[in-house]
Design a protein around this ligand. Structure first.
Ligand SMILES: [Zn+2]
Length: 123
């Protein structure tokens, strides 16, 4: 075990610690984990679906799945061409989100344990 200096308070702490024992500052960046957002295959949906998060955005075709990488709780917003609304949802690393549209064309988001469609990498 080695001692490192806390970047926040400058005191020595174990390099194995996840947070500084003196000031509580996190010492390890958690590696980002994927969140999958799956868009429905709808006959009238010919545009693209877009996920907005952390000032970035990723898009995919109908029936596709967007994969974003986050290291902590993140609010996503989802938009689909020619459908109503831009719902938001707070997700955490490892979550899977299914996008659905109502008969009236309103978009909604729900967390699921498994996604119904094939995973295709964002493009
Ligand atoms: Zn500290």
């Amino acid at each position: 075990m080695a001692l490192i200096k806390c970047p926040e308070c400058g005191k020595e702490v174990s390099d194995k610690a996840e947070a500084c024992i003196h000031c509580g500052a996190p010492l390890k960046e958690k590696p980002p984990e994927p969140v999958y957002i799956s868009f429905p295959q709808v006959s009238s949906f010919t545009g693209k679906g877009t996920v907005y998060y952390n000032g970035k955005s990723e898009s995919c075709a109908p029936g596709g799945t967007v994969c974003i990488e986050i290291s902590g709780p993140t609010t996503i917003e989802v938009k689909m061409n020619s459908y109503f609304g831009r719902p938001s949802l707070q997700v955490k690393p490892g979550d899977k989100v299914q996008v659905t549209v109502s008969a009236l064309g309103k978009i909604s988001l729900s967390k699921v344990s498994t996604l119904g469609t094939n995973i295709s990498k964002n493009w």
